[in-house]
Design a protein around this ligand. Structure first.
Ligand code: AMP
Ligand code: TRP
Length: 327
């Protein structure tokens, strides 16, 4: 029996190379090894305000992009969270077993709520309970994510262990998988902040569907420093980030890359990096254009895939209800 992988991604904003290098690419690479379930988490998306038409469109766009990145329907399931109502049902139950104090420690909530100030929803606070439900519903072994999600997975493990110790085996306790390189791709403009879908700075992120010229412009405008040497060094976040992106798109070692750029300047690094990124994204963009030619294809696929995983989610919810005495 293969181990089960589960991961999720929000259908908001534009998918960027941080999502790709930190998460999606690793999902694609390990598809053969695992039994994979990937989820477009639209219920998470509504924890902050969304335009209904745009949300609907973004869900389909994201599905197309994930397929274009190489998520293979022979090896993986790809579905929309709200198509399986057990996510919301289990999230409610988990809510009742998660102490307020655990939630109050979540750094992502602190960051996101600071940005929104007024109008922060209860849902945003409760976001990790829904994420825990996503993972625990499918008896997940491994959750591949970027570094920003580590704390949420720890909370998932904590609530699973808590309920297991109260009621006997209720849940499988999942492990995070966080890549060694690429787990945190930084903003091109403010390289001490992670690249984020909600960044209001147009040049901060490279999106998967960006045209070659847009990619060249954004990289040309990327923040570097006043030194000269091109070296991997976390104390020089701008140059380091560009080198990490270069490394991930070329699969070369750090030593090879430093040797390659020896004696060259930042303009060379930026020019070469642009071409490497353009070349790396070209096949994804081409496949995306093919896949989205027929909108009914994605619509049907999402429906069928939800039907495939629903029985697993139903079984888990029945088991949990029985254990805790509901119904
Ligand atoms: P999100 O954009 O929050 O829906 O994230 C989708 C996936 O991409 C998650 O696994 C995140 O951890 C990952 N991710 C998001 N931003 C970055 C980033 N800047 N660097 C690396 N991984 C990221
Ligand atoms: N919170 C994750 C993010 O913003 C998305 C997500 C939702 C997720 N449910 C999940 C990731 C379950 C892994 C497993 O990136």
């Amino acid at each position: 029996m293969k181990k089960r992988v589960f991961s999720g991604i929000q259908p908001t904003g534009n998918i960027h190379i941080g999502n790709y290098l930190g998460a999606i690419r690793n999902w694609v690479a390990s598809q053969d090894e695992f039994d994979n379930i990937f989820c477009i988490v639209d219920l998470h998306a509504i924890t902050v305000p969304q335009d209904p038409k745009m949300l609907h469109t973004k869900i389909r766009e994201l599905a197309g992009l994930l397929l274009a990145c190489g998520i293979d329907m022979e090896k993986s399931v790809l579905f929309v969270q709200s198509h399986v109502k057990e996510h919301a049902e289990l999230a409610w139950i988990l809510n009742c077993y998660i102490p307020m104090g655990w939630m109050q420690r979540m750094t992502q909530f602190k960051e996101k709520s600071a940005k929104q100030k007024e109008q922060v929803s209860v849902g945003l606070f409760d976001y990790p309970a829904l994420m825990a439900a996503d993972i625990l519903l499918y008896d997940t072994d491994v959750v591949p994510v970027g570094a920003d999600q580590k704390q949420h997975i720890e909370l998932t493990r904590d609530v699973a262990e808590r309920m297991n110790s109260m009621y006997g085996d209720v849940f499988k306790v999942p492990e995070p998988f966080i890549p060694k390189v690429g787990a945190r791709i930084m903003s091109l403009k403010e390289p001490t902040k992670k690249m984020s879908k909600s960044d209001e700075h147009a040049d901060a992120s490279i999106h998967l569907l960006d045209e070659p010229d847009a990619i060249r412009k954004k990289i040309a405008r990327a923040t570097t420093d006043s030194l000269r040497e091109i070296r991997f060094d976390e104390n020089r976040p701008g140059v380091n980030n560009l080198l990490v992106i270069y490394q991930l798109f070329t699969n070369k070692s750090q030593e090879e890359i430093e040797a390659h750029f020896e004696g060259k300047g930042y303009a060379d690094l930026k020019r070469e990096l642009s071409e490497v990124v353009i070349e790396g994204l070209a096949p994804v963009q081409q496949r995306y254009a093919e896949i989205t030619r027929d909108p009914a294809f994605i619509e049907n696929l999402l429906k069928e895939n939800a039907d495939k995983v629903r029985p697993i989610a139903e079984r888990t919810v029945s088991r949990v209800k029985e254990k805790i005495g509901l119904g």
